[in-house]
Design a protein around this ligand. Structure first.
Ligand SMILES: Cc1ncc(COP(=O)(O)O)c(C=O)c1O
Length: 279
């Protein structure tokens, strides 16, 4: 995860790098890293014929927001199917936030398995996964063990039901996404007026200001963005009531609890930051 570029290897064939102590060398040997938005690289690696699964965020959301190129996910689906490799979408961050049916529904590409967490629990600690009958039958038949102290925890399941059926209804989710769009439009106006070397990116209810003039298509593009400006933007907001996550690599989420006043305040704070920057 997010290695320094001197360890990351070549762009078209990245080197697996341990993100933490406690991993054996075999885990690294069993892990192949493929650059995002590069369907040819995926095809090349899956040619080996022994790759069990390709796990990918449909849109990468730990580097601001990195969207799939048009057609990329459809190619990924086709390539993985051709090679008999399971396709897993990590929708831990995009689930319900990219739209009520997540990034899977938003981009219209169906993986074999999808992982969900975070927003679908409405603040309670929930992770979930699901997939095709063929894949899930591995568990129901007992061939694959899926055991855990908190599996199916009743309180958390009730929260998920309330989130999906009552709070973040399709209508409420669409209204939230529209509110986010208005916020992004306002940020775009500020950026264009100031001639700032930055652009905004939206995926559903999430958004980001990325400090580069060209879109981020992969990790290396992201590493080339201006982190000093991103930090200045973040700390300016923190001091004015806009509490974005501290990692700079995150994005904002407009929740169903945010109203137009919140958007007006966030816009004002961003505009004041840009004024101070160019003034
Ligand atoms: C994209 C992505 N996938 C997976 C995870 C891990 O999810 P969990 O903590 O539910 O295992 C995270 C971070 O928490 C994440 O950002």
């Amino acid at each position: 995860m997010k290695p320094s570029l001197d360890l990351a290897g070549p762009a078209d064939a990245p080197t697996p790098v341990a993100a933490t102590a406690g991993l054996t060398s075999h885990i690294l040997e069993d892990t192949l890293v493929i650059p995002y938005n590069d369907a040819d690289a995926l095809d090349r690696v899956l040619q080996r014929g022994d790759v069990a699964a390709f796990i990918v965020e449909p849109a990468m959301e730990n580097i601001g927001i990195c969207l799939p190129d048009p057609g990329y996910l459809a190619s990924v689906r086709e390539i993985t199917r051709n090679h008999g490799t399971m396709l897993i979408f990590d929708e831990v961050k995009t689930g319900i936030t990219a739209g009520w049916s997540g990034a899977t529904g938003h981009f219209g590409v169906l993986p074999d398995l999808v992982c969900l967490a975070k927003s679908i629990g409405g603040g309670l600690p929930l992770g979930a996964f699901g997939g095709s009958n063929e894949v899930m039958d591995g568990i129901t038949s007992g061939r694959v063990l899926h055991l855990g102290t908190y599996n199916g925890n009743p309180l958390v399941m009730a929260a998920a039901k309330a989130v999906l059926a009552e709070v973040c209804t399709p209508e409420a989710t669409a209204a939230t996404i529209a509110r986010n769009r208005r916020f992004l439009d306002a940020c775009d106006d500020v950026i264009v007026r100031a001639g700032l070397p930055a652009h905004t990116v939206q995926l559903g209810a999430k958004g980001a200001v990325t400090y580069s003039t060209t879109p981020v298509r992969n990790y290396r593009d992201y590493k080339a963005t201006d982190f000093d400006l991103a930090f200045a933007n973040w700390i300016w907001g923190i001091n004015r009531g806009i509490l974005l996550p501290p990692g700079l690599d995150e994005q904002w989420l407009v929740s169903v609890m945010h109203g137009d006043d919140d958007i007006a305040h966030a816009t004002e704070v961003f505009a004041s930051f840009v004024d101070a920057l160019v003034g």
